[in-house]
Design a binder for this molecule. Structure first.
Ligand SMILES: Nc1nc2c(ncn2[C@@H]2O[C@H](COP(=O)(O)OP(=O)(O)OP(=O)(O)O)[C@@H](O)[C@H]2O)c(=O)[nH]1
Ligand SMILES: [Mg+2]
Length: 293
């Protein structure tokens, strides 16, 4: 039998559960998840391999109307994901009657690859509403297949997965069959720290924060990680560190625990908070942090 492989690219509005769904489909905690919009900033690939097929999922940032250069980079990741999809997986949430970005919806409607709309968070609704919602999305994208799911409660995701495998085109694998992602370990370490900052800080602080792994040294039984947390202003630095350093300490403790789970090794984590003035609006800084493609 011939081999199947393809890119299943996950697109949608912010906070609808794209990352939750990708982690579930891949079976690993690759993407960070928080209850705040715009958590994901990169295109993150999660690869599922068997002898017969390879599915390359891409989690992408939620669709945004650009307010600063970082948003442009985030949307550039979405654009490439629209271009190279073999199957487009549009995630929406229950109650959502449209996409927050009409230009992207127009592009999706015009695509000639299979489109699946996953209506997520149906645990928050009832059967009647779910039926209505399916009709809403069938009207918006008539040729899409619609799957009501709950990524959080792992409901109906298996049938979605089976359908994706069916739709996968015949192709040799794109990546080595041992690979699970396109990103290096350092990337996941920085994302774990960012997740804790998104969880524990309000307003601008999470959005003004970037995390850079200065060094990652594997000493066998323990990994030494030195991370710089960059913020845009000194007031944000103060907020992040918190009274007597308690804020930063909490981030460090929680991040280290998650890193140890991810790496299955002991971790020694050192973090420093620094100011990188208006990094979100500067092309050169965004490039430095790995955003420009
Ligand atoms: N009730 C419910 N909540 C869910 C479900 N799936 C995800 N969530 C929650 O929705 C929030 C956003 O989830 P994410 O997976 O980070 O959403 P996202 O679409 O990746 O968000 P961005 O990266 O910001 O665009 C989190 O608090 C999740 O726990 C679901 O099936 N039901
Ligand atoms: Mg996400």
């Amino acid at each position: 039998m011939s081999h199947k492989a393809g890119f299943v690219n996950i697109i949608g509005s912010p906070n609808v559960g794209k990352s939750t769904l990708m982690n579930l489909l891949v079976g690993e905690r690759l993407s960070i998840i928080t209850n705040k919009a715009q958590t994901t900033r990169h295109r993150i690939m999660g690869i599922v391999n068997t002898d017969d097929y390879q599915i390359v999922y891409s989690d992408t940032p939620g669709l945004v109307n650009s307010a600063y250069a970082l948003h442009d980079s985030m949307m550039a990741f979405v654009r490439t994901a629209l271009q190279d999809a073999d199957i487009l997986l549009l995630v929406v949430e229950i109650g959502q009657k449209n996409l927050n970005h009409m230009a992207t919806l127009d592009k999706i409607v015009a695509m000639d690859v299979p489109i699946i709309v996953a209506i997520n968070k149906i645990d928050k609704s009832d059967e009647e509403n779910v039926k209505k919602q399916i009709e809403v999305w069938k009207n918006i994208i008539p040729r899409a297949e619609v799957f009501p799911i709950s990524a959080l409660h792992k409901f109906n995701v298996e049938s979605l997965f089976d359908r994706l495998v069916e739709l996968l085109p015949q192709s040799p694998p794109f990546f080595d069959k041992e690979e699970m992602t396109d990103k290096p370990l350092r990337f996941f370490m920085s994302e774990i720290i960012r997740e804790k900052i998104f969880m524990h800080y309000k307003k601008e602080v999470p959005y003004a924060t970037e995390v850079e792994i200065e060094s990652f040294i594997d000493k066998g039984h323990i990994v030494h990680i030195h991370a710089n947390i960059m913020v845009e202003r000194s007031t944000q630095k103060g907020i992040l560190i918190g009274h007597q350093g308690k804020g930063l300490k909490r981030v460090g403790t929680e991040a280290r625990k998650d890193m140890e789970k991810f790496l299955d090794k002991q971790v020694f984590l050192e973090m420093f908070v620094k100011v990188d003035k208006e990094w979100r609006s500067k092309a050169s800084r965004l490039k430095h942090y790995g955003y420009n493609q």
